[in-house]
Design a protein. Structure first.
Length: 201
């Protein structure tokens, strides 16, 4: 009997460990960022009149409405990228070193508005939501889904990778941080529109 227990114990030790999901610290950091930038965005668009919502500082500059639509569109596309594309790639733990240190970089550099980028066609606003309330309700639903995913997922986000145009290779967790940082970036753009001297009173 003792020999059998010893064999079973050794056998259990020989079983490879399952891939590690996010640590509690990682989950809490991502959820904190997602909650904070959710509030920043919703506060930035609260109480605006139709004139304020649609005001464009210049023909080529997005209005608050267009910035908000870009945020909502991007939330969906980035979430899909993580859950439907990135997590279907093969795990590549050997690439972890390549993305080391990029968590903080994403949060710091994404919100740097001194560098401007052209949004890809699929993320450009086309006024697809019938009203401001519909757009904001959609964003809330999408962000809550992202937060719920981070809170409970057992996906091994740290071992799956997809490249980003500016940051190059990122792991799944870093793409989640990017969802938050991206909405923060364009919330700052909304505040720039509201600070324009011609913004309707």
């Amino acid at each position: 009997m003792k020999k059998l227990l010893l064999v079973l114990s050794l056998g259990a030790l020989a079983v490879p460990a399952s891939p590690q999901a996010l640590t509690q610290v990682e989950r809490e950091r991502a959820m904190s960022e997602l909650h904070a930038t959710r509030k920043l965005f919703l506060d930035s668009v609260a109480g605006l009149s139709e004139a304020q919502w649609n005001f464009k500082p210049a023909p080529e500059v997005w209005s608050v409405a267009e910035c908000a639509e870009h945020i909502a569109l991007s939330e969906d596309r980035l979430y899909e990228l993580v859950t439907e594309r990135l997590m279907k790639t093969a795990a590549e733990p050997g690439k972890k070193e390549e993305v080391k240190g990029k968590d903080d970089l994403i949060l710091e550099k994404t919100i740097d508005r001194s560098q401007k980028f052209q949004a890809p066609e699929m993320l450009r606003p086309t006024h697809q939501w019938p009203s401001r309330d519909d757009l904001i309700a959609h964003f809330k639903e999408s962000r809550d889904r992202t937060i719920a995913y981070v809170e409970s997922t057992q996906d091994n986000l740290r071992e799956h990778f997809v490249p980003h145009p500016a940051f190059k290779l990122l792991d799944g967790y870093q793409w989640i941080l990017l969802i938050s940082a991206h909405s923060h970036r364009h919330t700052l753009q909304i505040e720039e529109v509201k600070a324009n001297p011609n913004f309707p009173k």
